[in-house]
Design a protein around this ligand. Structure first.
Ligand code: AKG
Ligand code: FE2
Length: 206
């Protein structure tokens, strides 16, 4: 641990983390509790959640979570060997996008949604480094529901790590060269956890 610098702004509303070869900005309470509760309920009810599968060594393997993909028509996304055509924006997704874009300093044309039904649902180590995201993408991650551990490790030295707990109503901005040099995961846990919804807003380039 050690080779990173964390800088809190005076009011602790923004936590900047400067990592070796990458950067994060964390806003623990970007949305107030009541607003976040409303978005959680809205997304849980109105998103067409599906358990997708991926082909692994010739076998179809279910992802351990539910997923959905929304965005501008034309922002199709190739991911784990499949192409996902986006569902249209919902009112809630557009409202969230409009609030985070000025803070992220970036525009987004799509969002990947993940619903972790309980502690057994998870996402393994990966980087969001698909070519259509371009070089040094800004990715804005919004969190509703149960807090989960978000772990990062340096690709070339797994001893170099960073971890934070993504809370209800929080916003995490991943930027700079982070996706090139670091991987991240949301590990499964035996703890009995309630469900959690994560949204990662992205700009798909063509
Ligand atoms: O659920 C999270 O916090 C991480 C989601 C993620 O890494 C992704 O969608 O690529
Ligand atoms: Fe990711």
């Amino acid at each position: 641990m050690s080779q990173q610098l964390s800088v809190f702004s005076g009011d602790a509303s923004r936590h900047e983390v400067i990592l070796q070869d990458g950067a994060l900005a964390y806003y623990p309470q970007f949305f107030t509790g009541a607003v976040a509760d409303g978005y959680f309920r809205d997304l849980q009810a109105n998103i067409p959640w599906k358990q997708e599968s991926m082909n692994m060594y010739g076998k179809e393997v279910l992802f351990p979570r539910l997923m959905a993909w929304h965005g501008d028509a034309g922002s199709a996304y190739a991911f784990s060997g499949k192409t996902y055509v986006p569902n249209p924006w919902t009112a809630a997704l557009l409202a969230i996008k409009q609030q985070i874009e000025p803070v992220a300093g970036a525009a987004f044309n799509s969002v990947l949604l993940n619903l972790y039904r309980n502690g057994r649902d998870a996402m393994g180590w990966h980087a969001d480094d698909e070519p259509e995201l371009g070089r040094n993408p800004v990715i804005a991650s919004v969190n509703f529901g149960a807090s989960r551990r978000f772990m990062l490790r340096y690709k070339q030295n797994h001893q170099l790590k960073y971890e934070l707990e993504l809370a209800h109503g929080s916003l995490l901005i991943m930027k700079g060269t982070l996706q090139h040099y670091w991987q991240h995961q949301v590990p499964r846990t035996a703890k009995p956890l309630a469900s959690r919804i994560n949204l990662t807003f992205r700009m798909i380039k063509h």
